[in-house]
Design a protein around this ligand. Structure first.
Ligand SMILES: C[S@@+](CC[C@H](N)C(=O)[O-])C[C@H]1O[C@@H](n2cnc3c(N)ncnc32)[C@H](O)[C@@H]1O
Length: 418
């Protein structure tokens, strides 16, 4: 089917909005779709996929476009050079005057472009990654981060078993397999709309990247324990922690954002959990936090971070983040980790995690914390996971990436109070 010029024009309009970077790309896209209810499912998918494809490779596509960089040309260059559509497939869209330009765009060799351009990273981020892991690894990570992520589900063990969920999904024509690491994960082959599926509505499954699921296993909460998810947000990890506790004990879901905690409410209702206590706090030094000092068995700090480990889902982040923002985040991360650590009782566990590959947000924060808090000692993250039957190659600190494990980029350190 030739691409309809009308749908292409929609993609052009959306890309124009996205490239202003006024808001997160997924929010801008959802708002556009809400304003344009007349767009069907296939058209929405085309708009979403083609515009995100440009965000993933904005810098190399810009280089291909030459002097005249427009949303239209970026989209055409992406369709031709990345998605590999030929002249005939693009016939319905191409203007006479564009054929020579497109041939030139296609002739550009990625290998001839400067490394940050061919990696589709801003200079500052490319340099940070190279300083940390070397050129080859930075380039490989950048490449793996340009692919779209699969849709992962997590089975809610209070409501269902993974095998039964897989069988039910297959009956409904939804192909999926068990994830290699998380005992509760399912990786779907496509991206079906699940919001109205009975398994989603009755809380048997939630959408959660496998990497995010593994962080719950690092916390490893037990029934009846006192636990806090310090930066709970909309509760992706809270729900797993609550289920691992078999809905027994007390699980505080702290966050400074009321809208995010509000988004946790319907998910909690579906999950069947009754041990979760969402609490909006003013800051990490809130009196409601201080009151729990020394009382908790496990605390997860899923710190606010650059999100640069989630570029497969949020490719706009690499263009919206700045080195200055990373430095500011680091100050916040250190402060949250220090405050959260005061809740942990002797023998209790503290897990610090981010969805960023940057040492500045990860090892630097944990190293400084350990230096200032000799009462905490590191546990080996790989051993913690393997002791639960999760066969993963990991050392003291967990480092997950789209390149190595095919999941979002996560970092986690497991600490124990003596
Ligand atoms: C990485 S997100 C959490 C994602 C969530 N844990 C999940 O799995 O869906 C970080 C969260 O930290 C929250 N946050 C920011 N500053 C905070 C603070 N000082 N104390 C607690 N939470 C904070 C943000 O509102 C955001 O929801």
């Amino acid at each position: 089917m030739p691409i309809s010029p009308a749908v292409f024009a929609r993609a052009e309009a959306v890309l124009g909005e996205l490239l202003r970077f006024a808001a997160p790309a997924d929010a801008t896209l959802s708002q556009y779709f809400r304003r344009h209810g007349e767009l069907g499912r296939a058209d929405r998918a085309f708009v979403a996929e083609t515009t995100f494809a440009v965000l993933r490779r904005r810098r190399s596509l810009t280089a291909r476009c030459g002097d005249d960089v427009t949303s239209r040309r970026l989209l055409l260059a992406s369709l031709a050079c990345v998605q590999g559509l030929n002249r005939r497939e693009l016939e319905s869209l191409l203007r006479e005057s564009e054929t020579k330009w497109l041939a030139e765009a296609k002739a550009v060799k990625l290998a001839d472009l400067p490394p940050p351009v061919r990696c589709d990273l801003p200079d500052w981020l490319y340099e940070m990654l190279v300083a940390q892991m070397g050129e080859a690894a930075a380039e490989a990570l950048a490449e793996a981060s340009k692919h779209s992520a699969p849709l992962d589900l997590r089975v809610n063990p209070l409501k269902a078993e993974r095998e039964a969920v897989l069988a039910r999904l297959a009956e409904d024509g939804i192909a999926g397999v068990a994830t290699p690491f998380s005992p509760l994960g399912i990786r779907l082959a496509g991206k079906p709309a699940l919001a109205r599926h009975p398994l989603f509505l009755d809380g048997s499954v939630e959408v959660q990247d496998e990497g995010s699921q593994l962080l719950g296993y690092l916390v490893q909460p037990k029934r009846g324990e006192m636990v806090a998810d310090f930066c709970a947000g909309a509760g992706g990890k809270t729900l797993l922690l609550g289920a691992l506790m078999r809905s027994q004990g007390r699980l505080y879901a702290f966050d400074v954002s009321a809208p995010r905690l509000a988004a946790l409410k319907p998910r909690l209702a579906r999950s069947g959990l009754s041990n979760v206590h969402p609490v909006r706090i003013e800051s990490e030094r809130d009196a409601r936090v201080r009151r729990l000092a020394g009382k908790l068995d496990r605390v997860l700090v899923d710190a606010p971070c650059s999100g640069l480990g989630t570029l497969r889902r949020n490719p706009d982040l690499k263009w919206r983040q700045t080195a200055k923002a990373i430095a500011e985040l680091a100050v916040k991360q250190a402060s949250i980790l220090a405050a959260a650590s005061t809740l942990v009782k002797p023998g209790g566990r503290l897990v610090y995690a981010t969805c960023s590959p940057l040492a500045a947000e990860n090892d630097v924060i944990v190293d400084a914390f350990l230096a200032a808090h000799p009462e905490f000692v590191p546990l080996n993250a790989g051993e913690v996971l393997r002791a639960q039957g999760i066969a993963i190659e990991a050392g003291e600190r967990l480092r997950l990436s789209p390149l190595e494990q095919g999941v979002d980029g996560f970092f986690a350190a497991v600490l124990e109070r003596r």
